[in-house]
Design a protein around this ligand. Structure first.
Ligand code: GUN
Length: 289
């Protein structure tokens, strides 16, 4: 290690996720042991996007291992807006379903926001319905999006101090950038949200004690954009020449960041874990169990 460099802790998201999933499994087992039904997650997939198929496989496996029920509703890519929203309406009305997740992105020309609006907010385990998004803004309890919850879990589990820290979020998506910024503000961080029009992105990133890369742009954040000792969470999943890379140049960040999540096996396993967590929370709220 050269002068000024420091040891970087590489986050093992799978180990962290397994620990949390075991706690969830025990909670579900104790519910079932009382003669109650297990929580149930319904996943709606439209079309056959390979990345979506792979995510859904992971979600199904995680549900099974946690002792939760999972249901899949597959529609062809040619499904109409009305057909997709009708499936959601059926799941809303089905008392044995606690969580509904519509896998994104939806094939064109379907309108994702219309479909999300059709989900019962009490079953919106993605935390994307405007009611839940509004609750987050208002500081009211509600279902929060899974990746932002996973990011906070990684930071907390590694003892990263958020109070008073400057957190820079690169990316302003509804799924990650905006909600994680709000969760960080809730934890008393000073938050800057950056995006494609931000002037001097490198300069803003260099000010970050906590840097969240959620831009969906391969290797966008260079090593010298990272302040020495910063905690860096990269949720980018990009493929270059058949190799998975994040939004952060991982190799260049080693020796600069104090904490770093890899693109593979970083936050991803925690996103699924938080989906299970939200499904259990929705179940408890709905059934009073
Ligand atoms: N596609 C990629 N990530 C997600 C997610 O967290 N939720 C949904 N619904 N779709 C996704």
């Amino acid at each position: 290690m050269s002068e000024g460099e420091r040891a970087t802790v590489i986050v093992d998201g799978m180990a962290l996720a397994n620990e949390l999933r075991e706690a969830l499994r025990i909670e579900v087992a104790s519910i079932v042991a009382r003669g109650l039904r297990a929580p149930c997650l319904a996943v709606v997939l439209v079309g056959d996007n390979p990345a979506s198929l792979s995510y859904i496989r992971g979600k199904r496996r995680a549900c099974e291992r946690a002792g939760m029920a999972s249901r899949e509703h597959d529609l062809p890519a040619t499904a109409t807006q009305h057909e997709v929203e009708s499936v959601v309406a059926e799941l809303n009305a089905d008392d044995s379903v606690d969580g509904i997740l519509v896998q994104l992105p939806l094939p064109k020309p379907l309108d994702a926001s219309g479909v999300i609006l059709a989900i019962d907010p009490a079953k919106d385990v993605d935390g994307l319905h405007p009611e839940n998004a509004g609750r987050l803004v208002a500081g009211l309890p509600g279902l929060r999006p899974c990746t932002p919850l996973g990011i906070l879990e990684v930071l907390d589990r590694h003892g990263v101090r958020l109070e008073g820290a400057h957190a820079v979020v690169v990316g302003r998506s509804t799924l990650v950038g905006k909600p994680v910024a709000l969760l960080l503000v809730e934890r008393n961080a000073t938050v800057t949200i950056c995006h494609s029009r931000t002037r001097d992105l490198a300069g803003v990133c260099r000010e970050a004690d906590v840097l969240v890369a959620a831009a969906g742009s391969p290797l966008l954040l260079k090593g010298d954009w990272i302040k020495l000792g910063a905690a860096v969470v990269d949720i980018g999943v990009n493929v270059i020449d058949g190799r998975q890379v994040g939004d952060v140049d991982f190799d260049a960040a080693l020796g600069r960041a104090s904490l770093l999540t890899p693109s593979r096996g970083g936050v991803g396993p925690l996103t699924i874990t938080m989906l299970l967590h939200n499904t259990l929370a929705a179940y408890r709220r709905r059934t009073g169990a």
